[in-house]
Design a protein around this ligand. Structure first.
Ligand code: UDP
Length: 238
């Protein structure tokens, strides 16, 4: 068995990943598949924190463009991430993986509040920790939550799961000759306005030299490949 390149990772899943091909909602077969992929990585001894988005249920910006108060709709988005987190917890626990959900907004009947020291202890004890409700503040996204929590738990890398193989010089759907970058500097992601992660998340990672690997999560075995150091996807670094 190969040893993992990274001892502790922060996996960022978008809400969309749980919807499969559908526009909204949670596809239980898809979530089961993702949980099995995570288990492969867990089984080689990797400590795993997970941040999951809520875009399959509700996005604050979408509500605001339709006339909702932005803060109110962002809170709805944060609650959507909690629903996804509970679904993922269930799927992981059905594979016998000890898991804790910690929320940035208190809801103690269903999950622990986010307490960094507790999260670290869980990880050391081999529990996967799912960080829900983003950072608990409106006007942020779960990408930024992923960057922040990754630093707080001293993860060595953020694994940003996407639907495409990584970052291209142009849209691969429109241009078949689009070139996949093996690696790219944070500053170039920001300068070119590449929509791989939001700019707050990229700048926060840049300022703290936290590498990000963006990769295609729909290809089986990709999470463990990244963790074992295979060069797939695009590495964003200094
Ligand atoms: N959100 C927020 N603060 C946070 C994280 C999330 O207000 O710290 C809200 C925001 O409205 C966002 C929604 O929760 O649109 C869902 O998160 P996100 O859009 O990041 O989900 P993803 O695109 O990853 O599915």
């Amino acid at each position: 068995m190969k040893t993992p390149k990274y001892k502790r990772i922060l996996l960022k899943l978008s809400g969309e990943a749980l919807a499969g091909g559908e526009e909204n909602g949670i596809q239980l077969d898809i979530i089961e598949k993702i949980a099995k992929e995570i288990k492969q990585t867990y089984d080689i001894g990797t400590e795993i924190g997970i941040v999951i988005g809520g875009g399959n249920i509700f996005r604050g910006v979408a509500g605001a463009t339709k006339g909702m108060d932005r803060t109110q709709s962002d809170y709805m988005g944060m609650l959507a991430t909690c629903i996804n987190s509970l679904a993922l917890q269930q799927a992981l626990e059905s594979l016998d993986i000890p898991t804790r959900v910690q929320t940035a907004i208190k809801m103690e009947q269903i999950a622990e509040p986010y307490i960094r020291r507790k999260a670290m202890r869980h990880l050391e004890k081999g529990r996967i920790v799912i960080f829900a409700a983003g950072i608990g503040s409106p006007y942020f996204t779960t990408d930024t939550a992923a960057s922040l929590r990754a630093m707080e738990i001293e993860a060595e890398v953020i694994l940003k799961a996407t639907k495409v193989d990584g970052i291209y010089d142009k849209d691969p759907v429109l241009y078949p000759d689009a070139k996949l970058f093996k690696d790219i500097a944070y500053i170039d992601v920001l300068r070119k306005g590449l929509k791989v992660m939001d700019s707050t998340a990229v700048s926060l990672s840049m300022d703290n030299k936290l590498p990000i690997v963006t990769f295609n999560v729909s290809k089986p075995g990709n999470i463990i490949k990244v963790v074992q150091g295979e060069e797939i996807g695009t590495l964003i670094h200094s």
